[in-house]
Design a protein around this ligand. Structure first.
Ligand code: BYC
Length: 484
């Protein structure tokens, strides 16, 4: 890559760490400094409950150089240095897709697309504080200090991602950008009057298995959406998202390894007890571990909720954003076509006369569907790794992602009920069987009963195996959080 600037190291001198030369941009610096107290108030009110005074072993970005941008140290979360970090500018970057393909990337907001761009940035920004709010009570039931530290790392970085979007709003969108930045601190996940913007971000994250599933499935939507926005012809958005993706990778690592460790512990306990049948639910539960069918139900829930975040399969909004050069496709540069989608079709799963059918649809209208397909393929990679662990224990069970028509609230299948294989069910049948597919009250109560905090360094709750290696190569009994 041909980089135009070498401002990769971060200026930590002012209130707001940054690599965007904030010191020389008095208007934006002041706007962000004015926004800062409201942010800290929000963090104190809605951030991790009960641990604001604790010292947490966190990584902070000190440069955006891919090799070694992180520095680890103990910090109290409200004193974490949230900052504005953009990936380096690529010299002579061109708009890679849409009607303006081949023109110079925009360094300022293109007037004709201002509203559309602002909407994308606001929606992206809204998800970040939402997830912190959803997870705020989890510290109290952390299965280990290692896991607690990972939770808090994810939380502070979601806070930083909010800063990333707020910077774009404050710098490029004037008064209405400022108002949107304020509103991002006002909405609340799950609030009846002022909810967060997208459905999945108003759901509860009631327990740690949900947290791992959320970071596996929902943070992966974050990855896909950020990849699509990283293609943007609006260069500051592209650079912002490119750096956010490096942080996002850790969040998905937390999810994937978290679920792996739950599976591992369950399989170990089953083997020790001589149980081979994964469906002997009560016998497995007596061992203090989570039975695999219940784990499958949690996966069904979080996967289906996350599919809704891709919007409608056929979308004029998505077509307009692509045509305008604002939001591209996953790995646009690797795709071999005109990058304008003036012709061509894409197969979309649709509900036709009560049947699920593949229909060829103009490719430009099917961009949400396409991104969702890329997402499902990406999800399946980690699911394959989970199944490998189960196979190694010789237990006859396979985790499968449910059909995309299952348990949907947005898009083609939102008006029907389908089972996990995509068979359409009548209302009565769905009522009868939904407990087979989604966590029942009994499943939830059982998982909740396991959520006992384990705060001894090096100790882990009964239902989860220790990680293979520590964070920053620390030893197994490292005190990742010094609880105050
Ligand atoms: N809930 O044309 P349509 C992350 C609305 S996660 C509620 O189908 P479009 C993270 C839609 O707004 C990534 N409403 O949709 C993860 C529209 O309403 P209006 C977040 C929904 O625009 C973990 C109408 O339905 N980033 O970063 O093509 C932790 C028809 O819209 C929903 C982004 O999403 C829903 N699920 O696609 C922390 C990227 N879906 O405007 C962070 C930015 C649709 O007609 N957003 N609607 O009133 C976008 O690209 C798109 O707006 C969407 C929707 C993909 C969300």
């Amino acid at each position: 890559m041909n980089l135009v600037s070498d401002i990769q190291s971060v200026d930590y001198d002012g209130l707001i760490p940054n690599n965007v030369g904030l010191g020389g941009d008095v208007r934006v610096k002041r706007a962000l400094e004015r926004w800062h107290p409201g942010y800290i108030n929000w963090w104190q009110d809605m951030g991790p409950e009960g641990f604001q005074e604790s010292l947490v072993y966190l990584r902070t970005a000190v440069s955006v150089d891919p090799k070694g941008w992180a520095k680890f140290d103990y910090v109290q979360m409200p004193k974490y240095r949230w900052g504005i970090l953009l990936a380096p500018q690529v010299k002579d970057r061109k708009i890679p897709f849409g009607a303006h393909r081949g023109e110079d990337a925009w360094q300022e907001v293109p007037g004709e697309y201002r509203a559309m761009l602002r909407r994308l940035i606001v929606i992206q920004g809204d998800t970040e504080p939402a997830s912190v709010e959803q997870q705020r009570h989890l510290g109290k039931t952390a299965p280990s200090l290692y896991d607690m530290r990972n939770l808090f790392q994810v939380n502070v970085e979601e806070g930083r991602h909010l800063w990333a979007m707020v910077y774009l709003l404050q710098k490029y969108f004037g008064t209405d950008g400022r108002e949107e930045a304020e509103a991002l601190l006002q909405r609340r996940s799950g609030d009846a009057d002022t909810p967060r913007m997208l459905g999945a971000f108003n759901e509860k994250t009631p327990d740690w298995l949900s947290f791992f599933m959320f970071t596996y499935f929902t943070d992966r939507d974050g990855k896909m959406q950020l990849e699509a926005l990283a293609q943007s012809g609006f260069d500051p958005l592209s650079r912002t998202c490119r750096f956010m993706l490096t942080e996002e990778a850790h969040h998905m690592f937390v999810g994937e390894t978290g679920v792996t460790r739950v599976i591992q512990r369950t399989c170990e306990a089953m083997k020790e007890a001589g149980i081979d049948n994964p469906f002997e639910k009560e016998a497995v539960r007596k061992l203090g571990v989570i039975d695999l069918p219940t784990l499958q139900k949690k996966a069904n829930l979080h996967f289906s909720l996350t599919l809704d975040l891709f919007g409608n399969e056929i979308s004029t909004n998505a077509a307009n954003a692509f045509h305008a050069g604002l939001k591209g496709r996953y790995r646009e540069e690797r795709l071999d076509d005109d990058h304008k989608l003036q012709s061509g079709t894409y197969p979309v799963l649709r509900l036709v006369d009560g049947q699920i059918r593949n229909e060829d649809t103009p490719a430009l209208s099917a961009l949400n569907m396409r991104l969702r397909d890329d997402y499902v393929a990406d999800c399946n990679v980690g699911v394959g790794r989970w199944n490998k662990v189960i196979r190694e224990f010789g237990i006859p069970f396979e985790i499968k992602l449910p059909h995309v028509a299952f348990h949907r609230h947005i898009g083609e299948f939102s008006d029907v009920h389908a089972d996990v294989d995509g068979n359409i069910l009548g209302d009565a049948e769905w009522e009868k069987r939904q407990g087979d597919y989604l966590p029942s009250a009994d499943d939830k109560a059982f998982i909740e009963s396991l959520m006992q905090a384990q705060y001894e360094p090096g100790q882990f709750a009964s239902w989860i195996a220790p990680p293979k290696v520590g964070i920053d190569n620390k030893p197994g009994d490292f005190e990742y959080v010094k609880i105050a």
